[in-house]
Design a protein around this ligand. Structure first.
Ligand code: NAG
Ligand code: NAG
Ligand code: NAG
Ligand code: NAG
Ligand code: NAG
Ligand code: NAG
Ligand code: NAG
Ligand code: NAG
Ligand code: NAG
Length: 782
């Protein structure tokens, strides 16, 4: 969500609260016992009067608390309220927090443990600030559009990879007692017209409608949200857009039929900020918490709301039942008890938050309250995560790792310290390295190590000389005046910014990047290009003979410069793999973002996005149309080499499986338990055959029997991956457990997951286009 804080009133009413940092001892470490939590929630609800219940489900904006959303305290019951803060790569608007690598970067690690560790460290910071809910992680957008403005907040256009990242992140966050929020549910694939708007003559125009067929929803967009539910996520956030013509936050089909009945979600659904568009309708459709409670920013002062006091009317006229209101409150409170947030050692909200929040909205305020520093020792993890999410795409002539160059050049506006301060707004500034995007998912840097700073430190250490030209304008104009001699190695840093609120319009990296690279390469035969990109960028210069290495460093977070030095000089051997495909030509990705001109908006209902490509996005699309990418999904080089030495072995744990899972008796988080049951295991052995230690990611793709499935089935889908680190000559066994869901398709007729009969092909390799071993297995599902 974004806050256009036109009217910012700081109610500096921060009563002195004890800075309880809390020790972690009394924390619930896992999904825990929902039943016991609901019993406590019922007991709580039974003590509330109507006003209190209404306050529990209608949030407030937290200017006084500094939280971006609040549920107000109920003093007489000792309930301190609930504080929600923006994620998902940093606590936005707070001071003395860490800027973590973005979702996109952690997806590129393909490392489940790293996904968990990042979630846990984020959770520790939210807890430290006294927040109860972290607004994240993101599985929507999934990445239908390469240019989507928020793709970097999420993970990957592949639902399996995103699902694993959701699972790890949520478990990490909740392991320290903080509630995670799976967002934005669902179909929030473009920022352009994501919300309703009002024209100059006052007509209300509805938000974009994502029109998604049932099978595509299940196999693509819903898939990672199912993993989120299974991981025990506390809350969901419904999105701004409409889904099949109905706003997500009042869409019974997705909130009730799918999320509750099918996926067995037990926590609560909150609206994205100002995404509630009705009273009784949204309540009855399954929305449990209206955030931030008011209609829009214009009603911040009046408090006008579809909910709030209006709920009394709905109860009186019978459009909402008392039982539903009680149920909303108990769903909100159950995760609070589940995660032990009622414990007396849960930290209070950092009293400095209102001040940093005000500063983030452009209001300069003084404060004599010092910020609570919650960063702990996370800098080391951030540095490691970022280098582990940095993909080496090209390395001709073994240019990298750099050995002892005596003369280094640094070029490009993405290399330097930002000249606009360390808090990004919603637009790109010309000078400054990009380590995170903009909007609600950004964060206030306590510091940022730029590439220029870190490479300079390295050059000083090695006694090398360093020259730099930062202005892309000069570089694009071929103005290299003063550069002498031509450096032995030229490092070109390209940035591509993206933010909530708008979609990227260009596929190439920002600020004339192609001219910049070509002009450097014209004079430097050893040009290394490093991209800091908030999404997919094309690389028209990739085959330039003088571009000897290419690195996609994504959005690395605050240790950016150190992480890239680690890769360039080989302190860290690159092990990341692309979580998307880079096309040769942008025309290879032909799903346009709907972008109507004023003249094209002829009715309130004009904005329609028909997801007619079905499941064919990213590599599924390139595979289906036999289009060669520049660098494919799953690709990434290393300073060593790996081989899969043994044949694939498939252990069928269930010999002839039933085609459909039997009916579940109870609804557990994640829905029918049988979908999560392992029914086969694929095994192999990987060896480091090169000269240095390193990590790689064997990837398992599954091709469904084409005869047994409807049209629209991808040629192959990712269904397993394992990150392995090996010494030279060392081998390790890898095993991939296939759950029933992994080998089923969503049958729209029977409305269930079905294992088709026929020959499955299991394909193991080092990328979606580098399959080393295959094995066919005939499955007779009865
Ligand atoms: C409900 O309780 C609050 C205290 O939390 C009190 O101020 C309010 O008057 C009560 N409302 C009713 C209708 O009893
Ligand atoms: C959306 O509409 C499509 C086409 O009618 C249908 O297949 C799908 O089930 C609908 N989804 C939801 C959640 O209503
Ligand atoms: C009730 O809802 C209407 C919109 O339907 C809004 O104009 C009004 O301000 C709301 N009342 C309150 C008390 O929030
Ligand atoms: C901050 O300033 C207020 C008002 O000037 C004062 O009452 C309070 O004691 C000060 N707090 C600290 C921690 O210095
Ligand atoms: C790109 O470079 C060309 C050539 O110097 C220049 O004309 C153009 O204005 C530049 N564009 C941008 C966006 O800087
Ligand atoms: C949509 O159109 C507007 C106005 O022409 C333009 O500024 C914007 O960049 C476009 N957005 C995309 C994603 O192309
Ligand atoms: C590569 O570098 C050499 C030497 O500077 C130069 O002659 C050549 O034109 C360069 N190639 C390109 C494509 O810029
Ligand atoms: C890289 O290798 C190519 C082909 O072997 C050669 O022409 C070129 O000079 C090499 N460049 C450098 C910087 O060594
Ligand atoms: C991309 O494809 C379009 C349409 O086929 C073509 O006009 C354009 O030249 C291509 N661009 C590149 C860089 O190959």
């Amino acid at each position: 969500m974004t806050l256009a804080l036109a009217i910012f009133s700081l109610i500096a009413h921060c009563a002195a609260v004890p800075a309880g940092a809390g020790n972690g001892d009394a924390l619930v470490k896992n999904a825990g016992d929902w039943k016991a939590a609901f019993n406590k929630a019922d007991e709580f609800v039974s003590q509330l009067n109507l006003t209190e219940k209404i306050n529990m489900v209608t949030g407030t904006l937290g200017f006084s608390s500094g939280c971006i959303g609040n549920i107000v305290p109920i003093e007489r019951l000792g309930f301190q309220g609930i504080c929600l803060l923006d994620g998902p790569q940093a606590i936005n608007r707070a001071d003395l927090v860490s800027i973590f690598p973005s979702g996109l970067t952690v997806a590129a690690t393909w490392d489940k443990d790293m996904m968990f560790q990042r979630g846990k460290a984020l959770g520790e910071e939210f807890r430290g600030k006294g927040a109860h809910v972290m607004l994240g992680p993101v599985a929507g957008p999934l990445g239908r559009h390469a240019l989507g403005g928020r793709n970097w907040e999420g993970f990957s256009p592949d639902p399996y990879l995103t699902g694993r990242a959701m699972e790890g992140t949520i478990k990490g966050i909740q392991s320290v007692g903080v509630q995670a929020c799976a967002k934005h549910y669902i179909g929030n694939e473009q920022e352009t017209q994501r919300s309703n708007t009002v024209t100059a003559d006052g007509a209300e125009i509805d938000a974009i409608s994502s029109n998604i067929d049932d099978r595509t929803l299940h196999e693509l967009y819903l898939w990672p949200f199912a993993d989120a539910v299974r991981a025990g996520v506390a809350s969901f956030m419904c999105s701004y857009n409409r889904l099949n013509q109905t706003y997500a936050c009042e869409n019974e089909a997705i909130l009730k039929d799918i999320l509750r009945d099918e996926l067995g979600f037990k926590g609560y659904v909150m609206s994205d900020w100002f995404a509630t568009h009705s009273g009784a309708k949204s309540i009855n459709a399954g929305l449990d918490l209206n955030m931030p409670g008011v209609l829009d920013t214009a009603s911040l002062e009046t408090g006008a709301s579809y909910w709030g006091a209006n709920i009394t009317e709905y109860l009186n006229d019978g459009t909402v039942f008392q039982q539903r209101l009680d149920d909303m409150v108990r769903k909100i409170m159950a995760p609070y008890y589940l995660l032990g947030q009622d414990s007396s050692d849960y930290p209070t909200v950092d009293p400095s938050l209102p001040f940093s929040m005000a500063a983030s909205s452009g209001v300069s305020v003084g404060s004599n309250i010092s910020s609570r520093d919650v960063r702990g020792d996370h800098a080391a993890l951030i540095r490691q995560l970022a280098s582990e999410g940095t993909v080496l795409l090209k390395n001709s002539n073994s240019t990298l790792p750099l050995r002892f160059p005596k003369s280094i050049g640094i070029f490009g506006n993405d290399a330097a310290d930002p000249t606009h301060g360390l808090t990004y707004g919603g637009e790109a500034y010309e000078i400054g390295t990009i380590d995170i995007g903009g909007g609600s998912g950004t964060g206030r840097h306590a510091y940022l190590v730029s590439p220029l700073e870190a490479v300079r430190a390295q050059a000083t250490k090695l006694g090398a000389r360093l020259q730099h030209i930062i202005h892309n304008k000069a570089l694009a104009a071929d103005d290299f005046l003063g550069l002498y001699p031509v450096p032995e190695v030229c490092l070109v840093f390209l940035g591509t910014f993206a933010s909530e609120g708008w979609d990227r319009a260009e596929y190439e990296a920002d600020w004339n990047s192609t001219l910049v690279v070509e002009n450097v390469a014209k004079r430097c035969q050893n040009t290394v290009v490093i991209t800091h990109s908030a999404g997919i960028t094309t690389m028209p210069w990739a085959d330039n003979e003088n571009v000897t290495a290419i690195i996609a460093a994504h959005l690395p977070g605050q240790e950016s410069g150190n992480s890239i030095v680690d890769i360039l000089w080989g302190n860290v051997n690159p092990s990341a793999k692309l979580p998307y495909s880079i096309p040769i030509n942008e025309t290879d990705y032909d799903i346009p973002i709907v972008n109507l001109t004023e003249a094209e908006v002829t009715s309130p209902d004009s904005w329609q996005a028909d997801f007619t490509e079905g499941q064919f996005i990213d590599y599924r699309h390139l595979d289906a149309y036999s289009i060669d990418p520049l660098y494919e999904f799953g690709f990434g080089l290393s300073y060593t080499t790996f081989e899969l030495q043994s044949q694939l072995r498939v252990d069928k744990l269930v010999k002839d499986p039933a085609a459909r899972p039997s009916k579940a008796e109870t609804s557990t988080p994640g829905g029918n338990d049988m979908l999560w049951e392992t029914i086969a295991r694929v095994r192999s052995r990987v060896t480091n055959t090169g000269p240095v230690a390193g990590g790689t990611v064997p990837q398992l793709y599954v091709s469904f029997p084409q005869s047994g499935v409807p049209t629209g089935t991808p040629l192959q889908v990712l269904r397993g991956f394992e990150k392995v680190f090996l010494e030279p000559g060392q081998s390790a066994d890898v095993a991939f457990e296939l759950r029933r869901r992994d080998v089923s398709f969503w049958d729209v007729e029977v409305q269930d997951w079905v294992i088709p009969t026929g020959s499955f092909e299991f394909r193991l390799g080092f990328s979606s286009r580098d399959i080393k071993k295959t094995v066919n297995v005939v499955v007779r599902a009865y």
